[in-house]
Design a binder for this molecule. Structure first.
Ligand code: G3H
Length: 247
């Protein structure tokens, strides 16, 4: 089932509604079994829409999350470089779905995008879409590596490839996703796919600004996501005003 594809049109949200917009993750190389167990506990307690772990931990995460619960199991494909062969990406994706993943986030082939080999980039994504259909695929552009023109081209291919979302970053590069570059993506895809903003998102104000732009999902590491939800519960009435401008 595809969640959060439509832009948010409400004027304020509470902590539960905020959590329902956020994929939490423990996808760094150093995350261990205890991190995955904590991720699952937090996801269940707070109702985050999805939890993501590196591929080898997907079976463990699947065993920790209730099948009919609010949180779906996510996993990455070709992560974090995107440089794997198409055959490996498709096989990895199919294996993750067989292990219980319900949504996958695939790294685009950055090197081919930068080489303007757009046919390769498109075929790479389509192979994964076909390998896991009807499971939704998000495709990560990794904005830190791309020029504005490459972002436009990448977003256009994702929107036209059968993927469900275009996503901005892995969290493995230092640059945070900016609203300027998100606007570029949103103008390019024009609502054809969902937009998942991820990589360095650190404040409720940034989230509000991105929701106003048309972002439909966020990817945020667990520690930060939990803190943002806590901040939301501490606001007057426990609601976060989405019209609030960045200071
Ligand atoms: O979805 C991608 C990453 O989980 C984002 O991680 P980050 O919040 O540490 O940048």
């Amino acid at each position: 089932m595809l969640r959060n594809i439509r832009p948010n049109t409400t004027s304020s949200i509470d902590a539960r509604e905020l959590a329902a917009l956020i994929d939490i993750s423990a996808v760094q190389a150093f995350h261990g079994e205890q991190d995955v167990r904590e991720l699952a506990e937090i996801a269940i307690a707070q109702g985050f829409v999805a939890a993501h772990v590196l591929p080898h931990f997907v079976p463990l995460l699947r065993s920790l999350l209730p099948r009919e619960g609010a949180t779906i199991v996510g996993g990455p494909v070709g992560f974090p470089s995107g440089g794997h062969t198409t055959k490996i990406k498709a096989a990895e994706a199919a294996g993750l779905v067989a292990a219980g993943a319900q949504e996958l986030d695939m790294m685009i082939n950055v090197g081919r995008l930068k080489s303007n080999d757009l046919a390769y980039v498109r075929a790479d994504i389509r192979a994964v879409v076909e390998a896991i259909a009807p499971v939704p695929l998000k495709v990560i552009l990794e904005l830190a590596h791309l020029s504005d023109d490459e972002i436009r081209k990448g977003a256009e291919i994702v929107a036209d490839s059968g993927a469900a979302f275009v996503k901005t970053g892995t969290g493995w590069t230092p640059n945070a996703t900016t609203t300027e570059r998100l606007r570029l993506i949103i103008d390019t895809v024009g609502g054809a796919v969902g937009v998942k903003a991820s990589g360095g998102i650190r404040s409720l104000e940034a989230i509000a600004e991105m929701l106003r732009l048309g972002v439909t999902r966020f990817g945020i590491n667990t520690k930060v996501a939990v803190d943002l939800v806590r901040q939301c519960t501490e606001l007057p009435g426990g609601r976060f005003d989405l019209a609030q401008e960045t200071a």
